[in-house]
Design a protein around this ligand. Structure first.
Ligand SMILES: Cc1cc2nc3c(=O)[nH]c(=O)nc-3n(C[C@H](O)[C@H](O)[C@H](O)COP(=O)(O)OP(=O)(O)OC[C@H]3O[C@@H](n4cnc5c(N)ncnc54)[C@H](O)[C@@H]3O)c2cc1C
Length: 248
């Protein structure tokens, strides 16, 4: 959960609900955590990230999972076994390796990013606390959930003005259901290679479903936290290096 702890704002809310959990066996679910703690899921809508992180820690304890916080810096297979080198120089030898290094490596920086002075720019991965931006004028490039949630968090921390600039039109703010995903998760669990075996058209249709719910639609609970007096949206606008060079 290092990414959740270090690269997402402490005050962020989840898009997913209490029915999404970590346990493939369906035993130590998020709902089981609520029940054991005497909490009611309906009191957490949307769910603060802190509640989910408490759940993951509870899950780890219940599953008796050890935690090794070292970084794997290299992986080789000199013979029948794998050898992983850790950042403290020690190694771990194993017959099998499951690599799940996650979403951090998909960070995508636009070409002009390097042209903006380092002290004045941040990727959403890096900008996870907002106190220092009280009173600041901020421009957010991008217009999906992260962009608008970061705008609300800036408002919560008294930014003077926030401009949200995006190439696409205004997204829709609506209550969405992620229930459609359940059937695909079930298929993935019961039929090995299910996704890979689907016809390309079917894969595209499923991807479009995710796009519609996750990207074209943003969470309705953002709306009351985005005051018109502070946040200005600029749909259909492409941010260019020339513009950034002229902007302080
Ligand atoms: C802003 C934001 C909001 C989101 N909201 C939701 C939500 O509401 N609901 C939801 O279900 N999902 C949400 N997601 C998506 C969710 O975070 C990802 O789908 C999920 O974290 C992917 O899990 P993962 O284990 O594949 O990767 P990660 O969570 O990225 O975990 C990978 C882990 O591997 C570690 N690692 C990487 N390289 C090494 C190495 N060399 N050595 C040792 N460790 C290493 C990392 O430190 C990290 O802890 C959100 C994502 C973002 C960015």
């Amino acid at each position: 959960m290092a990414f959740w702890r270090k690269n997402m704002p402490v005050e962020m809310f989840l898009r997913s609900g209490p029915d999404w959990h970590l346990d493939g066996k369906g035993e130590h679910t998020f709902e089981a955590f609520f029940e054991e703690r005497g909490l009611r899921p309906e009191d957490f809508d949307p769910i603060p990230i802190s509640v989910f992180l408490d759940y993951t820690e509870w899950f780890r304890e219940r599953k008796r999972l050890g935690l090794d916080e070292r970084l794997v810096t290299g992986l080789t297979k000199p013979n029948a076994a794998f050898v992983a080198t850790m950042d403290d120089g020690t190694t771990i030898t194993a017959d099998k390796v499951l690599a799940s290094p996650g979403i951090g490596y998909f960070l995508n920086l636009p070409e002009w990013y390097a042209e903006v002075p380092a002290a004045r720019r941040s990727h959403t991965c890096e900008l996870v606390s907002f106190e220092a931006l009280a009173g600041a004028r901020v421009v957010i490039i991008g217009g999906r959930q992260s962009a608008y949630e970061w705008a609300t968090l800036l408002c919560d921390h008294d930014a003077a003005h926030v401009d949200v600039v995006h190439r696409h039109s205004m997204p829709t703010f609506a209550k969405v259901s992620w229930r459609f995903v359940d059937q695909y998760v079930d298929q993935t669990l019961t039929h090995r290679g299910w996704w890979r075996g689907l016809p390309v058209e079917r894969q595209r249709a499923i991807a479009a479903e995710f796009w519609q719910v996750g990207r074209l639609t943003l969470e309705l609970w953002l709306v009351p936290r985005i005051p018109d007096a502070v946040v200005t949206s600029h749909p259909g606008v492409r941010w260019s290096p020339q513009r950034s060079a002229n902007t302080t």
